[in-house]
Design a protein around this ligand. Structure first.
Ligand code: KG4
Ligand code: ZN
Length: 369
């Protein structure tokens, strides 16, 4: 499917300067909603996670996800409005996740956004989920200035991007197979842990012994900024099976394997981040997406960037994983610069981020003028 056509792809400044934006995220297994005021910042946000529902199946069941978004979305919209002391009629623009993601789940957010937008006579815009993640650290007190290098690490993506402004994305490297989050989730399954695996592997790794195993750091022995995690996954599986066969696979060995796996992912990501900072000359690194909540990754990158006299930026943990605030924020940037959807709901399961149109230089407060 071609990328969605944005009406007014370049800033045309016919939009109002100040806008109250409702942000809606329904791309996967989290219903996230937020209200962002383009002058005052984030007013309120709410999230319902479907994790418990999908846990019985060991992963996300798309049809169940869509149905649950239908159940939760409007109550969550009302919740963020009442938390902020606002009415539906106060909303001046709506941003929803248009992709990438599960198409049925995306359609729920898109339908509600467009219906509400039509009823209120206000602009609506489909936002790129990974751009939402990428910009989430802008919601924090010390937001990164452009340009920076971003490491996007989620359940579906592992990408290194040079970011010169909103919509100015140069892909430096990406995973040729599994995403980092996916590797965490699969490792969790091998170790008998529930979905989603990332936080559970990280918690188990806390009890691991660092000298028991050493796993490979894939693709770090050759130049380039691409990643591959499928070999590491196989290495982990072979280690688990060997420990099983020898009767050694107790809780301690599981923790040792979790730590060896996590350390290998963290080292690999850190090496590639260092390389990308050196290659681009950037002094700022942003990490975003679910895996950026990982404490060991944050610590590894803090240490590396300090040595380079550089700085690392990330969002608070609840804004690393899927949430409505990041969509409201990204939508606010684009809606205030004049971008809008046409009449049609946009839902794009696959959507390369570097096809997004740029917007003009942000103002001091991070918003386009
Ligand atoms: O960004 P996200 O919430 O959803 C996608 O857009 O994919 O990322 C979810 C991914 C899952 O694979 C999850 O296991 C991983 O992020 N994750 C973590 C941690 N928290 C979430 N991985 C490692 N350590 C964590 N603390
Ligand atoms: Zn995500």
């Amino acid at each position: 499917m071609p990328p969605p056509i944005l009406v007014n792809p370049q800033a045309n400044h016919d939009g109002p300067d100040i806008m109250l934006i409702l942000g809606i995220e329904t791309s996967c297994d989290e219903t996230g909603v937020a209200l962002f005021d383009s002058e005052k910042g984030l007013l309120s946000h709410a999230l319902f996670s479907q994790i418990d529902m999908h846990a019985d199946y060991g992963g996300v069941v798309p049809e169940l996800a869509s149905r649950d978004h239908v159940r939760k979305l409007l109550p969550l919209c009302d919740e963020v409005l009442s938390k902020a002391g606002k009415e539906r009629s106060d909303i001046e623009g709506i941003a929803y996740t248009a992709g990438p993601g599960l198409v049925g789940a995306l359609m729920v957010g898109g339908s509600v956004a467009h219906s509400l937008g039509y009823a209120l006579g206000i602009p609506v815009l489909g936002v790129h989920h990974m751009e939402g993640h990428l910009l989430a650290p802008m919601l924090e007190d010390n937001p990164p200035a452009f340009p920076f290098v971003a490491l996007l690490v989620s359940g579906g993506h592992t990408q290194l991007v040079r970011v010169d402004g909103i919509g100015e994305y140069l892909m430096l490297g990406e995973s040729v197979d599994d995403a980092a989050g996916e590797a965490f989730d699969k490792t969790a399954k091998m170790l008998g842990l529930d979905y989603p695996g990332g936080p559970r592997v990280a918690a188990l790794a806390e009890k691991g012994r660092p000298d028991r195993y050493r796993f490979p750091r894939p693709m770090t022995d050759r130049p380039g900024l691409d990643f591959s995690f499928s070999g590491l996954k196989t290495f982990t599986l072979n280690t688990v099976n060997a420990a099983k066969d020898s009767g050694e696979l107790d809780d301690q060995v599981r923790a040792d394997i979790a730590l060896a796996f996590e350390s290998a992912v963290v080292d690999t990501l850190t090496i590639k981040c260092r390389r990308s900072l050196e290659q681009t000359g950037c002094k700022r690194l942003v990490i975003a997406g679910g895996v950026s909540a990982n404490k060991r990754l944050r610590a590894g990158l803090e240490k590396m960037t300090q040595k380079l006299n550089a700085e690392v930026f990330y969002a608070r943990p609840e804004f690393c994983t899927d949430n409505g605030a990041m969509i409201a924020y990204a939508g606010a940037q684009r809606l205030t610069s004049g971008q809008r959807d046409g009449d049609r709901i946009v839902a794009v399961p696959r959507w390369p981020m570097n096809t997004l149109p740029p917007i003009r230089e942000p103002r001091e407060n991070g918003l386009a003028d």
